[in-house]
Design a binder for this molecule. Sequence first.
Ligand code: BG6
Length: 481
Amino acid sequence: EVMMMAFKDGFLWGGACAANQFEGAWNIDGKGISVADLCTNGTKSNPKRITTKIEDNTFYPSHEAIDFYHHYKEDIALFAQMGFKVFRTSINWTRIYPTGMEEEPNEKGLKFYEDVFKECKKYGIEPLVTLSHYEMPYALVEKYNGWASVEVILLFEKYCYTVFDRYKDLVKYWLTFNEINGGITKLGTVLSLGCVKDYNGPVVEADCSPQTRFEALHHQLVASAKVVAYAHKNYPQFKMGNMNVFLTSYPRTCDPLDVLENQRHNRVLNWFCSDVQVRGEYPSYMNRFFKDNDVNLKISEMDKVILKEGTVDFYTCSYYMSSCITTHDDVETVEGNLAGGVKNPYLEVSAWGWQIDPDGLRYSLNEIYDRYQIPIMVVENGLGAYDKRSDDGKIHDTYRIDYLRSHIEAMENAVEDGVDLIGYTPWGCIDLVSASTGEMAKRYGFIYVNKFDDGTGDYSRERKDSFNWYKKVIASNGKEK
Ligand code: BG6
């Protein structure tokens, strides 16, 4: 009997990284300062900060990160050994336009990514490129308060058109904004929106008014649609995707008020941005939200046309955890869960308090596909964990294998349920700097990097147990796990 394979032929197995979290070389070859370059490191209990200037005697993890800038050949060769079909990375805007405002792009920056993409192609690895992954030029924060200003749209377009033109023969899959809906959360104020002019302090405490937040998001949604429409017109070979952080939530009880509150929460957090990016217009439920929160958006007729013309070809998301929503106040909250919310008694948490929920991935993929009926890629997923060296000197990361296996099984079930899933790129396929805490100690990789939170380490790379395991998964197209 021939077993049916859940994952289709040509399924895009791979891994994901982001420029600011792994390249290092923050001021090399003409690169300008990005928001990420002003973020210090922290821990779960001692939050990372953003500073307005580079301070002496302060550690900024993005400055060196894991130095992919000088190790890319070695790293891509390791990805190829695992059998990657796709590698998701991002372009650091400030390598191309150091302040975002130059007339001419920086050739050395352009050349670097050309080399990286060519190196991928050498092994038949398809690059999947995020245009903006928490790497806004800091000069635009100083001048414009980030995405709060409409002027930034044109600057972003200039950057995107430059890289589209340069990499048109090397890159086919593009994502506009990483976790665009993260801009709705407080954490997104720094990383995603850059609405932190003059702000010096913990990243988790940065805030802006709902009015500023949703104006900034509107600018990003318009910018995203503009570059998608431009790509479709000029580069028909491109496939353009959105990128959403999917923070699955359940009603904590069957009290209809919990169900309603969960629906309200989900619409704003999980559906609003992708509804705009996939369907091409603001969903009607947002009118109620804007009214309740005193948000007044000026959406011009022109904006409406742009949003309609710039809908994406495929949907992508990150998926790490789920949470519960309730109107009752007698339940424990989950600390560290990015989605916030209350504790789900059926789920375990990671060392950083993120609730692990593979079934939630199956559920979410079904919900997403029911709503949009376009191809889906899970472009981030994984377990941030403390890796320890065993007596035999190796890293036996069985906990990571268990996490990934259960999520791959969930995806397999989602495919059997009818979801058109086209790819999977687990996060931090090589250890890198954590976005939320700035730590190296929160590791996700199949590849261990000898680099630590005190800045020490020789950057050497080594395979964890998960490396050979994932290689088998890819070789068997998901059957052997
Ligand atoms: C996503 C981001 O939120 O989750 C990544 O797109 C990030 O940039 C990843 O690194 C994991 O989060 P963290 O905080 O563990 O690095």
